[in-house]
Design a binder for this molecule. Sequence first.
Ligand SMILES: Cc1cc2nc3c(=O)[nH]c(=O)nc-3n(C[C@H](O)[C@H](O)[C@H](O)COP(=O)(O)OP(=O)(O)OC[C@H]3O[C@@H](n4cnc5c(N)ncnc54)[C@H](O)[C@@H]3O)c2cc1C
Length: 317
Amino acid sequence: MADNHYKVIIIGSGPAGFTAALYTGRANLNPVIFEGMQPGGQLTITTEVENYPGFEHGIQGPELMDIMRKQVQRFGAKSIYKEITEVDFSKRPFILKTFEGEEYKADAVIISTGASAKLLGLESENKYMGYGVSACATCDGFFFKNQKVLVIGGGDTAMEEANFLTKYASEVIVIHRREEFRASKIMLERAKKNPKVKFLMNKVVKEVLGKEENGRKVMTGVILKDTKTGQTEELSADGLFIAIGHKPNTDLFKGILDMDETGYLKVKPGTTQTNIPGIFAAGDVADKTYRQAITAAGTGCMAAIDAERWLAEQEEL
Ligand SMILES: Cc1cc2nc3c(=O)[nH]c(=O)nc-3n(C[C@H](O)[C@H](O)[C@H](O)COP(=O)(O)OP(=O)(O)OC[C@H]3O[C@@H](n4cnc5c(N)ncnc54)[C@H](O)[C@@H]3O)c2cc1C
């Protein structure tokens, strides 16, 4: 189509975006994927992925995303390594603008911009991400069998992750910056009753410690600071799970698309249809519950099929 006008534009290149591209590509819709600031999405910042079906021995996150990209390119999907910074969904074709000010038009849009785990913001945390530091207990808990792990946070997510991790870890220490918890009473009680869970209050992590072992980075512990006394201490640990929440990447759609109170896009139950016909949402951006690569890929497939059917209906009108 002329003038940067495409049938389907996909915003985001994680498992949801690539799966949407795979299906729309095979449906001859020639999708364009805006890959954004993190081409390949969240899995590019992790190491082993052992729960994505089809890889008997697991696979490295960046490699999995490279394979997905190559697979969709076979079916004519085109990647554009730019970020969308403005959208106009008030009329059709829909208009999307890049950071550089270029304008693109689309008959249907699939939003798969993901959600980012909130992190502590330490350089050492980034350094050991995937080498002891994680933001996902469901994904990485298995790697910490009979080991000592720390969980940062004081909300329901932190309590849930702490309880979950006791299936594998020998000891789980919840570190919280305050005396009081945001977590609901029931979640807190469950964690407190768990004999493997301990609590360290009024502490923040100042640094993640680690070393090189056989050419591989390994986290060895943290430096904690007491928020009341200012005193610091070292605590050894094999793993650190940051459980201070997630932020869906939806700022761009504020005031345009329906969202819940935490910014996740709302879709019509059982579909990927947002409140604007022709705009679909898939993956973590519309899922605060599961947040897994396979569920993102699953809803990416749904969004592609929803978009394809919707486009066909428009042609019949
Ligand atoms: C450290 C870590 C380890 C994990 N391990 C596992 C695991 O082992 N197994 C598992 O199943 N899950 C794991 N997960 C979770 C998994 O990565 C996510 O559930 C999955 O990546 C979500 O896919 P998505 O396609 O919805 O979005 P994401 O992967 O978050 O991708 C979002 C995409 O949107 C793009 N984007 C955002 N805004 C814009 C914009 N304005 N314009 C253009 N592009 C934009 C980004 O550049 C990115 O490409 C892990 C997550 C983390 C953080």
